[in-house]
Design a protein. Structure first.
Length: 186
């Protein structure tokens, strides 16, 4: 019995330390990759650290920044700001790159803002590209038209006035004017 206690203690310590090493290695890779990619496109170390540390999906954040900075004229620092605010950074990057190519780079800062504001950035980009390919619209007009968030329901037009009611179909409720006695008479 004296020999089994030290053996079990050593085995327990070894068992506890192995999973923590595996967890540390697996979690650090996403953040390490994020920081490395952001620094490679010119983001400062401090901004990269803050951006990656606060990101829900750090590899998506870095992919967004790298894609925008390499395929548009938008600086990586500005792209980082837009990608950090996005719920779906990869979709925002795809939107920004597509619209920057479609608008000939004329409104790059606006494109990042519009794609970031859209709830569905890929659909927004399709709207802008589709309208501009068939209609001669200025880039900002197409962006404003597609971002319009008014509430529309397809195929439904609300009536402008209520239809006239027939005099016999009106509802006229009647109410008792005398209170009900608290103690009923027997």
């Amino acid at each position: 019995m004296g020999l089994t206690t030290p053996v079990l203690a050593i085995a327990g310590l070894l068992g506890i330390s192995i999973p923590s090493v595996a967890v540390t290695a697996s979690y650090s890779n996403d953040y390490r990759a994020c920081a490395g990619r952001l620094i490679s496109v010119g983001v400062t170390a401090q901004a990269a650290a803050e951006g990656c540390a606060t990101a829900l999906r750090p590899t998506d954040l870095s992919a967004c920044v790298v894609d925008i900075s390499k395929n548009t004229q938008i600086p990586a620092v500005d792209a980082l700001s837009g990608c950090r605010r996005a719920r779906q950074p990869k979709d925002v990057a795809t939107c920004v790159v597509a619209l920057s190519k479609n608008t000939e780079g004329a409104v790059n800062p606006d494109v990042l803002n519009y794609c970031g504001r859209s709830l569905l950035p890929m659909r927004f980009a399709q709207c802008v590209v589709g309208l501009r390919s068939e209609i001669s619209l200025a880039p900002n007009v197409a962006l404003d038209t597609c971002i319009d968030g008014s509430d529309r329901i397809s195929g439904f037009t609300p009536p402008s006035t209520l239809p006239n009611q027939q005099p016999g179909t009106q509802f006229n409720p009647t109410f008792e004017t005398q209170p009900v006695p608290a103690n009923p008479i027997k």
